[in-house]
Write a protein of this length. Structure first.
Lengths: 556, 556
């Protein structure tokens, strides 16, 4: 007799319901049970900042399918034929007997048998045990309750001063939301810069913009504790004390692995549950998916912990297929990340320069700021790109994009390119779509790839603006040469420097005679004309000519 | 003694100046001469529709660098050290002597020696020899003169009725421009649909939108001639006679190859100059770049003629590198194409279904309309995707995207994926950037790839709306089953059909008992719930269940 496949899924927010639904679609007569400790199922937690800002009007929009149907237990039962037990917690797993011990909120206890068990236990926000952390109005942003708590403080007009601890993705999205709700917002970040997955010069561009929108950023600042009577009133840091009517703690999340640990499953070096490419844990009958599972960075080949809703869905599909006997595998992520701050985007995939160095690559980089559409189109916006490639293999390792321009398109294109291990030469020849309202004739990604090709071909030697600044600070003997037009030069100079417009350079070489053996650093607005100038100087016998990466636009 | 490299470039619009400039950057002491028969150098012809609409205010914006410097002969001389001879035509090439014979507008004649010759002779718009074609106000859109001519007719208020012959990219961009300038616009297209590189159901979506913007489209209509006294007044077609104060002929372009032919260079089967991956013609000292050169479609492996500014730049770089002794190659294009029509985009890369069939693939397709951002974000817009994959290898062959949503991002991502010969499984696991303002948690491209995976895995059998319509027309015995909510159903029904909301399907299977052996075609708004329903029916023993691709949204 054919016995039905019994699957128990622990966790009902993202990866859990996805896995359950896909199993039923693959094996319609499977008996699938989802156990969820909370009330809510399958909600879009990443929408909370937009619910708090008021852009999303109703909580139920975050709970509903695109067709407007709220995914409650009855929905899963009727539509998906999945049994959902919510308000219940899994208290233990007996791997030998293949049973799960469930304790319900109502006091009831039950034992569920499984053929396959799926752990989708998610992750929890870190809440460091600082003095005063238990004061009222100190929130994390994790569950529906957090979002409602923040909204109710805002509704009562109680939050004039909001302090966000941690300048990661959630910190930045919350900064926008709280500014929109009329708060004065300060972000306190322990590292030198917010968005620590970005290289410093790219994060700086976001910081500068954030400050222009009224967000105060305190980098390199450690929170020591909180003060207040019942409600929080002050945030103590190692630099200053901040007034605070509300605090958002967004200092990262930790995978929920206590259940996995208690039944002896292997954890990875990141602390998340170790899985293979079928999402199987060290017990082949137990799968782990979503934020509790470890994954692999496809560029470095190393284990990583990158909890994201998009990845959770892919995990769920692969685990469900594996459980259903359909060949499938999940090989890893690129750490792709994106966030919006008003009219600015910050997006990244693959390795930053710093990460590439740490992983043992020999990175070559370029900074390429330019318009994201044909320059004559009024809709064109500035896009700052940084590409990181490996010197010996010419392989593209990572792309960072920030600015008002269309960052997500370039980074998603790079996601496919990096996944395919493309070289910068491959990227430079991609047949990307071109029409003036969408891109320049040479797309920003192609221009940036070509700069890297020029560097790798020995045609160009770059120097980063921060290195130039350090040289100036050390009073090193070098000449800065600005080759922009006189108009551009008058609008903003880098001092000290010499100014020779590119069009006059060939006929003015004699004025530079004294610098034949000096280090010359040329630049223009974006350093395309700077590159042209460097080639002219090189040909004319100047021995040490460098191009300042990204030009004046990257000189923050 | 080191003799300087002498290069002559024929053509000064796009690929020519690019090749010349890159040679000088590679080999600064090269002697490079550009011969151009017109006045204008290096202009952005693809900007003409936006200049005509008034979005781009001044002609010189199309001639200038992003820094605002007009690229005239003096600019090339001073900045690039390139000699430009404009108003001059190359009258002959002596390949044995390696000389070029130049006739100037002033009557002067000269002979230029070359080590390497670069042909960048471009393409010319087709102007079929129809009766009345010489009447005034019948334009093509190729050079600056065309754009100025059209603008001056518009300025004189002479063009109330504009007829565009040819519904390709330029035809569509011009339709928008002329509507914005207050014209009544009709597009006459010989094929059944405009945008013939798209599959019919995708082109239909663009047509429907175009009509909503007041553009009249006459498909399957042949122009027979023109009538008028001096100015054109009527367009005669095989269906009706159209009033016309202005006619734009946009029926394609033909490569300018007379020079290449006259000196015996080999042409490809497309009629363009045959080149290898270094852009060398059949004479290794003569290169061909840009719109006059043939290229290869990377998916079909066949020669093709796809004249585009973006490709011209890549050709120029590769030819220049090859001439300068730097290893580089251009392997081909995907035929990527994009155009904007008001708030609508139509973009494509790789092969359409029809093209895939013609090239001998066994295509499997999916139609996937859905929102381009998280569904709860007010900025989310509809995006219609069609993916084409090869059945046996699961390789992605092509992507078409139309709609108000973010088409260019998905198609550019697909460009990289198809270039890397990714399977739909690879695409389904791409770590694309996710945050609610940019994409759904499962990006449209990933959802579409997953639909294809489901089809390839035998979990789903699809049928296109047009095939369903044909079945209904033939009165075939089949049941259409709509599984949307009652509200959705009331808002617009496909008749005849049965309506059982997905949530009630499992408990209502008995009402379908009579149809166990009937062909059942299920659908919802986008056919995600339709797929779910098909799985339920399949499990319940219904023998022939299909999902209507793209659901109600693709039922035009």
């Amino acid at each position: 007799m054919h016995r039905k496949l019994r699957v128990v899924v622990v966790g009902g927010v993202a990866a859990g319901p996805k896995t359950a639904s896909k199993i039923i679609r693959n094996v319609p007569d499977a008996e699938v049970t989802v156990v969820e400790k909370g009330e809510f199922l399958s909600y879009a937690g990443c929408g909370f900042p937009y619910y708090i800002s008021g852009l999303v009007k109703e909580q139920k929009e975050l709970m509903a399918t695109p067709a407007g149907i709220v995914r409650d237990a009855a929905f899963f039962e009727k539509v998906k034929n999945i049994r959902v037990i919510n308000h219940c917690e899994v208290a233990g797993i007996d791997r030998a007997k293949k049973t799960v011990f469930v304790k319900c909120g109502c006091g009831e206890e039950r034992v569920l048998d499984y053929d396959k068990l799926v752990l989708a236990t998610g992750a929890s926000p870190l809440r460091p045990p600082l003095p005063g952390i238990a004061l009222r109005n100190i929130f994390t942003l994790h569950g529906v309750e957090d979002a409602e708590g923040i909204k109710s403080v805002l509704a009562r007009g109680k939050a004039t001063d909001a302090v966000i601890v941690g300048g990661g993705l959630i910190g930045i999205e919350m900064a926008e939301a709280l500014i929109l709700r009329g708060c004065r917002v300060t972000i306190v970040e322990m590292m030198d810069h917010i968005l620590s997955m970005f290289d410093p010069e790219m994060a700086s561009l976001v910081e500068k913009y954030a400050e222009s929108k009224g967000i105060r950023i305190l980098g390199g600042t450690k929170v020591l504790g909180f003060e207040g009577s019942e409600d929080v009133a002050k945030v103590l840091t190692d630099h200053e004390t901040l007034r605070a009517d509300m605090v958002i703690m967004s200092v990262g999340v930790r995978p929920n692995v206590s259940l996995a640990k208690s039944c002896g499953l292997e954890l990875g070096r990141t602390g998340a549950i170790k899985v293979n490419s079928q999402m199987q844990s060290s017990d082949p009958d137990i799968y782990a998916v979503g934020d509790c599972a470890e994954t692999v960075n496809l560029v470095s080949g190393k284990a990583c912990f990158v909890p994201l809703g998009s990845t959770a869905n892919k995990h769920g599909r692969v685990a469900a297929n594996s459980i259903s006997g359909i060949r499938d595998e999940f090989n890893g992520v690129l750490g792709s990340t994106i966030c919006k701050l008003f009219e600015f985007t910050a997006a990244k995939t693959g390795l930053s320069e710093r990460e590439a160095e740490k992983e043992g690559f020999d990175p070559v980089i370029c900074l390429s700021p330019s318009l994201d559409r044909a320059h004559f189109m009024p809709c064109a916006k500035l896009l700052y790109l940084k590409l990181v490639a490996d010197k010996s293999t010419r392989r593209l390792l990572g792309v960072q994009a920030v600015g008002p321009g269309d960052c997500d398109k370039r980074v998603d294109t790079a996601v496919a390119a990096i996944s395919a291990k493309m070289s910068v030469d491959d990227v430079g020849n991609l047949d990307l779509c071109y029409a003036p309202p969408y891109a320049p004739a040479m797309d920003n990604l192609i221009v940036a790839a070509n700069i890297l090709r020029n560097k790798l071909d020995g045609l160009m030697s770059g120097i980063k603006p921060e290195e130039v600044k350090a040289k100036l600070a050390r009073r090193e003997n070098c000449l800065l040469l600005d080759v922009r037009t006189p108009d551009e030069f008058e609008q903003g100079k880098i001092e000290p420097c010499m100014h020779v417009p590119l069009g006059k350079l060939r006929s003015s070489l004699s004025v530079l005679d004294a610098y034949k053996n000096t280090e010359i650093i040329v630049f223009c607005k974006i350093s395309l004309r700077g590159y042209e100038a460097a080639r002219i100087l090189g040909e004319a016998g100047f021995r040490d000519v460098k191009v300042m990466d990204g030009g004046v636009l990257m000189w923050c």
